[in-house]
Design a protein around this ligand. Structure first.
Ligand code: SF4
Ligand code: SF4
Length: 400
């Protein structure tokens, strides 16, 4: 197995660094080409401008003051005839109510306009095909590190480089909060997308994060290129941050993001959004520094964005608690060697074994634990996750 783990990417610090740089160059280079091919739509939330409103204005005067066409006014105010253009704004409510209604309608129209409606359904179709294929293929066969790396690389190419940064699981949560915070609007297609992502989590753990998310797969692959045959880091060392720390930071970050969106209409993720690696020409200086550091950190920390910042990571972690299919251990055959916990890139398998049933961290369904288990005691199935018998691991420790 040791040889197999190093089959694709090298196993010396120099080769790890070269692999890291190569991955970034491939992603950035091909993404620039891909953006030219797709062209067109901005695929980001439009800025919502402040409106000039006065109750004494007529609709047509309001349109002139805010550079809105008669066609737009007709849709916003549901006008029946030309004469309705002379209606006074106070017939529609207070200036605040009118501004809020207009902002909401303009925001939804601009959202619709900004999306690439060919790409979105194609991407979801590819996601479903890709995830189902992985699910079926991996049901019987073990996912070795070599295969895992190729699958992650394929996910990066398909869902990031070719299909672009949008939509993404993270974007659905972030943009939904921001749009509601700034315009009190809910964009139905986004809620459908979010529901699909959460349903995937509900059915099969964080499968979408594990194998489908373009930013998650990139961080994962970078972490794996710095992993030797023994599972240890080739350059430096891997750090498993305590879950209580990562989840606290993630919750605090979501709170700050939400407060900023509702109070000032600001999207604090936008400038540092790591998904922008797939639309590199939109990355600013702050974003470049943040994304660069994040990807560098991914060599040593498993999925730092997912664990420390991602709003979908947090939502998915909550839904994951009710997942139908997930990692579980059969303690009848488990010999308590804890090789699974050592192979797990995060602290989750350690928590499962420790009977720590309240705070099981995010499991990314990566199968590293299943591959490491010498007695095939780990399953990814609908089997209920049970607690180890009391003293199960103490006995093993005594035997040692
Ligand atoms: S938690 Fe990670 S993998 Fe999941 S949506 Fe967020 S960035 Fe993607
Ligand atoms: S090693 Fe196992 S427990 Fe750890 S993240 Fe991967 S699938 Fe989940």
């Amino acid at each position: 197995m040791a040889k197999e783990q190093g089959a694709i990417f090298g196993r010396s610090p120099l080769i790890t660094i070269i692999s890291f740089v190569l991955i970034i160059v491939i992603v950035v280079g091909l993404s620039i080409i891909s953006m030219q091919v797709w062209g067109g739509k901005p695929e980001q939330q439009p800025a919502i401008k402040e409106l000039i409103v006065d109750g004494g204005m007529t609709v047509v005067q309001f349109g002139q003051a805010n550079a809105l066409t008669n066609k737009a006014l007709k849709e916003i105010f549901d006008l029946r005839s030309k004469a309705d253009l002379e209606k006074r704004l106070d017939e529609y409510g207070t200036p605040g109510q009118v501004a809020s209604m207009v902002k909401k309608k303009l925001a939804l129209a601009a959202e619709h306009e900004s999306k690439n409606w060919i790409k979105i359904p194609v991407k979801f179709f590819l996601w479903l095909v890709f995830l189902c294929t992985i699910f079926i293929v991996t049901k019987k066969r073990k996912v070795t590190n070599g295969i895992r790396n190729w699958l992650l690389f394929s996910a990066i190419l398909i869902f990031g480089v070719i299909m672009g940064s949008d939509p993404s699981p993270m974007g659905t949560v972030k943009d939904a909060i921001h749009l509601y915070g700034t315009a009190h609007a809910i964009f139905p297609p986004r809620m459908i997308a979010l529901t699909i992502f959460l349903l995937i989590v509900f059915f099969a753990n964080k499968y979408i994060c594990a194998w489908g998310c373009q930013a998650g797969a990139l961080q994962d692959l970078i972490f794996r290129v710095n992993q030797g045959g023994s599972g240890k880091a080739v350059a430096g060392r891997h750090v498993r941050l305590p879950f209580v720390l990562t989840n606290s930071v993630r919750c605090a970050f979501l709170c700050i993001f939400t407060i900023a969106a509702f109070s000032w209409g600001t999207d604090i993720i936008e400038p540092i959004d790591p998904f922008k690696i797939y639309k590199p020409i939109h990355i600013g200086l702050a974003g470049g520094i943040f994304i660069g550091l994040l990807l560098l950190a991914s060599l040593f920390i498993y999925r730092p964005w997912c664990h420390l910042f991602c709003p979908f990571g947090l939502a998915g972690w909550l839904v994951e608690k009710a997942s139908l299919v997930r990692i579980s251990v059969d303690y009848e055959t488990c010999i308590a060697c804890q090789k699974c916990a050592a192979a797990c890139p995060s602290t989750v398998m350690g928590a499962i074994l420790r009977r720590d049933k309240k705070t099981i961290p995010d499991c990314f369904a990566c199968y590293a634990c299943r591959e490491a288990c010498p007695t095939n005691s780990i399953q990814f199935s609908t089997r209920k996750r049970t607690l180890p018998p009391a003293g199960h691991f103490d006995k093993r420790n005594k035997d040692k």
